[in-house]
Write a protein that binds this ligand. Sequence first.
Ligand code: NAD
Length: 365
Amino acid sequence: MKKEIAVLEGDGIGPEIVAESVKVIGAIEKKYHHEFNLTYAPFGASAYFQCGSPFPDETKAICDRADVIIKGPVGLAVEEMNRIPAEHRPEIGAILPLRKRYDTFANFRPVRLPKSLAFFSPLRPEIIGDGIDILMIRELVGGIYFGEKTEGPSTDMAFSRDDCMYDDALVRRVAKVAFDEARRLGTQMTNVHKANVLATSRFWTAVVEDVARDYPDVPYASVLVDNAAYQLVKNPRQYNGVMLLENMMGDILTDQAGGVIGSLGLMPSACVGPEKSYVEPAHGSAPDIAGKNIANPYSMVGSIALMFDRCLGLTDEGRDIWTALFSLYEDGFVTQDLAGFGQRGARVLSCSDFGDLIVERILAD
Ligand code: NAD
């Protein structure tokens, strides 16, 4: 297979973890005799300082030409963000426009922790039980993040407002993706909402339940988002299967899920649109550990596995990456974020050494 791949390294730990995924792409290319042409393009806060825009036109053109896009996390430490005018900050000026441009409405965020690695979790092993295997599907181009934003002094008061809007088409298409996925996996589908308070959530749930009628074979459950946050810690396994979340609830609960399995570094993701997709870790640019070569590359390398499997239809290639990643953990290799979690004899590796071992295992298999 021959494919064009746009590479947006991003900020903070972005370039470090993207470098490890590029090594992995090279290993897959070699093993399966594919040809991947990688084109790097600036994106995020670094792009703003370099070119005056967090999503420059040149980057848009490279992404338009690419078959698929790899994106590292973007952003600066929250207190440093003031160095960038509001409209050029990475979320508003780069991530949301990227999502809108390619209509990447379905964000797949697998939350996986096998029983054998239960000690990664801050929760007790009996809570992890036979393991956590939840596919969180987050709606990515609607809701409050994309609604109109109003700020300003009115005649007699200062105020700000974020509008939240969902229409039938936006909800229906992501609900179908979630039910299809649950059917394929033979699991339940849990809808997360706040229908007891929000009109958009009542509407969301009504549409999801209408879609559910076409999937009588898929067990369906629904849960209020506040209870879901509680239950994810108390008994996460009850959600094994697919969870469907609107944009903001998905943003928050997937970070919580990263905490439940032990690290945000274990949270990869794929953002899938009708024509084009991109992959990115679920976390941010981790400025607190940037430049130290200690980040966990799993989230970015796992995103590459999702790219092969979900975006390019290369299932064996994706499986090879997962096998390599989990075999390293089973053999006691970890990065700093997962060190000292009760595994005896764990060997703590740098980000780049961990990446080298992934490549070694992919090629040895
Ligand atoms: P963060 O997700 O960057 O980091 C939270 C914590 O998780 C930190 O302690 C960090 O060290 C740790 N962490 C994250 N990824 C890790 C990895 N791969 N390995 C080891 N540890 C890891 O959250 P933050 O610090 O609040 O945000 C930093 C910046 O990232 C902000 O500018 C924020 O706006 C941006 N952000 C971007 C995205 C994105 O690019 N999609 C998503 C979320 C936040």
